[in-house]
Design a protein around this ligand. Structure first.
Ligand code: GLU
Length: 421
């Protein structure tokens, strides 16, 4: 194979897959078919800027597995986006959806852009043009987009409107994570964080760890990290001693007032200058002694260098791919002092509720927030128990157990369908 995906994040996803494939003894002829994306689309996205000039952005969409049904995954706007990163994220979506029992293959999309550098109007034009370029390749039964880093409900609304204008009627089922006023589901914005909090509670219960006396550190204060911090602090009475965002990391031994921090971030755009905590070097955040550590920002932050220094009882991976393959090995050697909830389980709440939203939009039958949360917890409970059971029975790390369940399900479907999909 030519290496068009060459990228450290894609390499990491492949290395991880290799370990699982070896463990499951995936037949040679299936190995590459399961690992490489089925389809990758690269588009040029010309956008008229506010000053009258035109800028060309590069946009991607990777549809990783077509054997399970339509593909599903978020769209990321970010300054690190490459086709390789998007391919890695799409691969992880395949295993994540399969572990959660959703009838989807994985996908992911992205645009190489710093969304903070665009005006509101420029962001709208970029979002609409990206969707326009993708129309030939997606559809409510082909590939359904959702939010990811750098995109939000408003971007999903522009996606949905652009697609609907092309179709000639409203097509809410083309995206998830849209505003409730357009057929979005109650609780989608909170879903990923809510799922993380549920799994932390579940694991703490298993470990007999009392959360109300405990401390937590959360990397990332966006949609995922922010909601998680809120749930751990106000639902479980935890002391959140460390948080971070794009402006840096912040620490307060007595616990950070999460509502005040969130208000500061909304008013000022980020946490810079927040008086309720003192700035600390970013690299010190993840090694702060605490009970629960939640990396909820970017991939590859827990590495060979810092994995041995992590001082938490419970690691809840809110981000996609926060732990490198070498770091995962080190964490597993510390299994009796460090309980890991791996990313493809830990952050699955987002895509699970996206699945509910897709069904809601297809059927025009609306659910309330309690129904959404109950079903979300039931879905996570099933995946969590399946992972724990498998890890115990086969004496393997949680991550390997979760990935093995996901990869095995995709492999089964693929074998049953044959070479065609
Ligand atoms: N971006 C989310 C994830 O990484 C979910 C995307 C979606 O809802 O489709 O899991």
């Amino acid at each position: 194979m030519q290496d068009i995906y060459s990228d450290p994040t894609f390499q990491m996803a492949c290395d991880q897959f290799e370990l699982v494939a070896e463990y499951l003894e995936v037949p040679h002829d299936l190995h590459d078919q399961l690992m490489y994306p089925k389809r990758s689309i690269v588009v040029s996205v010309p956008v008229r800027m506010d000053d009258g000039s035109t800028r060309l952005f590069q946009g991607y969409r990777v549809q990783h597995t077509l054997s399970m049904g339509p593909t599903k995954g978020g769209t990321r706007f970010g300054p690190t986006v490459t086709i390789g990163e998007v391919a890695a994220l799409a691969m992880w979506m395949s295993w994540k959806c399969a572990l959660a029992g959703l009838p989807y293959g994985g996908a992911k999309g992205g645009v190489y852009v710093d969304p903070r550098s665009l005006s509101g109007n420029e962001l709208e034009r970029l979002s609409r043009r990206y969707m326009q370029e993708m129309i030939p390749f997606i559809g409510p039964h082909i590939d359904i987009m959702g939010p990811d880093m750098g995109t939000n409900e408003q971007v999903m609304a522009w996606f949905m409107d652009t697609y609907s204008a092309y179709a000639g009627h409203s097509v809410p089922e083309i995206v998830t994570g849209k505003p409730v006023s357009l057929g979005g589901i109650h609780g989608r914005r909170e879903a990923t964080g809510r799922g993380i909090v549920y799994l932390v509670e579940r694991a703490a219960n298993l470990l007999k760890l009392k959360l109300s006396d405990g401390t937590a550190v959360i990397q990332g204060f966006g949609n995922v990290g922010g909601v998680t911090a809120h749930g751990l602090a106000y639902k479980n009475g935890m002391k959140i001693i460390g948080i971070s965002d794009i402006s840096g990391a912040y620490y307060n031994d007595n616990g950070i007032d999460i509502r005040a921090a969130a208000n500061h971030a909304v008013t000022n755009g980020d946490l810079k200058g927040f008086a309720g905590a003192e700035p600390i070097p970013l690299e010190n955040l993840l090694t702060l002694p605490c009970d629960v550590l939640v990396p909820a920002a970017v991939s590859g932050v827990i590495t060979r260098e810092n994995a041995g220094k992590i001082r938490c009882r419970l690691l809840a991976e809110g981000a996609n791919g926060p732990t490198t393959v070498e770091a995962a090995k080190i964490l597993f050697e510390r299994w009796n002092e460090l309980f890991v909830i791996p990313d493809i389980l830990c952050n699955a709440g987002g895509v699970i509720v996206s699945y509910f939203e897709w069904i809601q939009s297809l059927q025009s039958f609306f659910w309330n927030e309690t129904e959404v949360a109950d079903r979300l917890f039931r879905a996570l409970e099933q995946s969590f128990s399946a992972m724990i059971r498998r890890a115990k029975e086969e004496k393997i790390p949680h991550r390997l157990a979760a990935l093995a369940i996901g990869v095995e399900r995709v492999m089964k479907a693929r074998k049953a369908r044959g070479l065609f999909p």
